[in-house]
Design a protein around this ligand. Structure first.
Ligand code: ASP
Length: 590
């Protein structure tokens, strides 16, 4: 037997028990003639003690121990002389009677403790050591608990968990596919699913009625902190439902998770905000509604003076930062620098201070008189002590820029409290999005999303205006999930493909199986997928999804631990009938 107890289990009631523990050496301390060892496993840390009078061979073994050695100890539980209230097992220690080294360790490349000295890349390379740290492990324990809570809830709602294949045909979710060459069908490729979208729709045609799967999805995109090339979705689909049924069911799931995982009761119904309103008020389709600081469109109030920037602007928008009139020159300059960063791209920032004494001071005093400024302040419901921040330009771009500034101001004002959770549904998304580059419409969600029935006629005349039965769940400015009511009529689906620029041959080649299935009695259906990694990181109070993934990839999509991707052997290439021609070879030939 390797152990009778774990390292987090022994307490005062175990005094005088003979026990066996196994674990990793966290550290060894010598004090006078005594030696103390912190022994660690998943469950905690227990102090071992070796008395001065211990036999010599035992002392020699202990002397040879280093950090991260795996050992097995037999001993007796003693009450500690000096207790450690910060440790769960701090009332006891184990007097070592015998000790066996199960596995030695090299000196680890960084310290295995909460505030480690290891940098990001190093910890990724030795991820198995990083995972020994309590704070990292806790995130994965949380993830496991959440997955179980998801399954319990969905099971209680009659959902059937069904696996779908990983080697499939391309399913468009707006990203690039990862592809896998086929050996048995030379020259042909599988795509890894960007999501199981079409398969879950086929399960509805199959009569499954309610499907879910906690499933890996793969998208070959440029990476950011909250993106990984492979990520996990809670993927769901339901039959004979309308939008409201899906929202109710998944609002239920969200509330269930908050309750069982965080002990938070979200009693209110989540607000349902149309996309257009989200854009007008927050400049974002994933608004953080923990705080207000709403957009004020002041375009009509700033025209016809000598300020050309505003005169020529399509859109002028202000937010009111409460109590910030005292911002110094330096702070305002820093905000200007912030909006001018290339990622944000504003040309400049105009401010208006509504001083405590009621006077108004702006960066455009030259062009506007007191009455003008007063009008702006009124439009924004500003009070003495407040600061207006104003951006202008082309409408869509300016909305995005202001939404970044709004978040930055909220951060500076401490309004983005990680312990406050404010979910909402954003609904009524546009069906299509015009893409300047390709000069074509793209599906904003995906091509299987149904237009609002009352807008179907607009498909012919003004496709850009058509709204979709599509919805997103947003919590604290993070898009947690999204879905839609689906098209279940093969003719409407064909029309949609045409609108998206597919010829009927292309649509047939790529999606024929789905359109065909719809000819055999397709139920009305709708679905949703939650980003599971994001949900866990939100619950853990983290900004990056990497910390909730056991073996994540770095920003260039590399697994630095396994060193993947990597070249394959000539033999493997031959079997696949593939030849690799790198861009540099092409360049050389040219
Ligand atoms: N397949 C969609 C996605 O991955 C979700 C859905 O529409 O159910 O975003």
């Amino acid at each position: 037997m390797y152990r009778t107890h774990t390292c987090g289990e022994l307490h005062i009631e175990n005094i005088a028990d003979e026990v066996i523990l196994s674990g990793w050496v966290q550290r060894v301390r010598r004090l006078g003639g005594m030696t103390f060892i912190d022994l660690r496993d998943r469950y905690g840390i227990t102090q071992l003690v070796l008395d001065e009078k211990a036999p010599d061979d035992l002392k020699t073994t202990v002397d040879g121990l280093g950090r991260e050695y795996v050992i097995q100890v037999k001993g007796v539980v003693l009450e500690r002389q000096s207790k450690n209230p910060n440790m769960d097992t701090g009332d006891i220690e184990i007097e070592i009677r015998s000790l066996k080294i199960l596995s030695p360790s090299l000196v680890p490349p960084f310290t295995i403790q909460t505030d480690t000295d290891g940098g990001d890349e190093l910890r990724m390379k030795y991820r198995y050591l990083d995972l020994r740290r309590e704070i990292v492990r806790e995130n994965l324990v949380l993830r496991s608990k959440m997955a179980i809570a998801v399954r319990n809830y969905l099971d209680s709602q009659n959902f059937i968990e069904t696996e779908t294949p990983v080697l499939i045909k391309s399913t468009p979710e707006g990203a690039r596919d990862f592809v896998v060459p086929s050996r048995m069908n030379q020259g042909e490729f599988y795509a890894l699913p960007q999501s199981p979208q079409q398969l879950k729709q086929l399960l509805m045609v199959a009569g499954f009625d309610r499907y879910y799967q906690i499933v890996k999805c793969f998208r070959d995109e440029d990476l950011r902190a909250d993106r990984q090339p492979e990520f996990t979705q809670i993927d769901c689909e339901m039959s004979f439902v309308e939008q409201a049924d899906v929202l109710d069911t998944f609002e239920g799931l969200t509330k269930h998770l908050f309750k069982v995982i965080k002990g938070i009761e979200l009693n209110e119904e989540f607000p349902r905000l149309p996309y257009s309103e989200a854009m007008e008020k927050y400049g974002s389709d994933k608004p953080d509604i923990r705080f207000e600081m709403l957009f004020n469109d002041i375009t009509s109030l700033v025209k016809n003076r000598d300020f050309n920037v505003f005169n020529t602007a399509e859109y002028v928008v202000a937010i009111c930062a409460k109590g910030c009139a005292e911002y110094s020159r330096k702070q305002l300059d820093a905000l200007t620098e912030f909006v001018k960063k290339p990622q944000i791209g504003a040309k400049g920032l105009v401010y208006l201070k509504f001083n405590d004494d009621g006077s108004l001071k702006s960066s455009v005093d030259k062009f506007y008189d007191e009455a003008d400024l007063k009008n702006w302040a009124n439009a924004c419901k500003a009070k003495p002590g407040d600061l207006l921040l104003i951006l202008s330009g082309e409408k869509e771009k300016t909305q995005v820029q202001m939404s970044e500034l709004r978040l930055e101001m909220a951060k500076q004002l401490g309004l983005r409290d990680k312990n406050v959770f404010k979910p909402l549904w954003v609904v009524d998304f546009p069906l299509l999005e015009w893409d300047e580059e390709t000069g074509r419409y793209h599906a904003m969600h995906h091509p299987f999303t149904s237009p609002k029935p009352e807008d179907i006629e607009l498909l012919e005349t003004d496709p850009g205006k058509v709204k979709a039965n599509a919805y997103d769940l947003v919590i604290n400015g993070v898009e947690i999930g999204g879905g839609s009511v689906r098209i279940f009529d093969s003719k409407l689906q064909a029309k949609m493909f045409k609108l998206l620029g597919f010829t009927s041959e292309q649509a047939e080649a790529q999606f024929g199986f789905l359109m065909n299935a719809f000819k055999y009695g397709a139920p009305p259906h709708a679905g949703i997928a939650f980003g599971f990694d994001r949900l866990v990181s939100l619950f853990a109070g983290l900004d990056s999804i990497r910390d909730v993934i056991a073996f994540p990839k770095n920003n260039s999509g590399r697994d630095v631990m396994m060193d993947a991707p990597s070249p394959i052997s000539d033999e493997q290439l031959r079997e696949l009938a593939l030849k690799v021609k790198l861009q540099e070879d092409n360049d050389k030939e040219a």
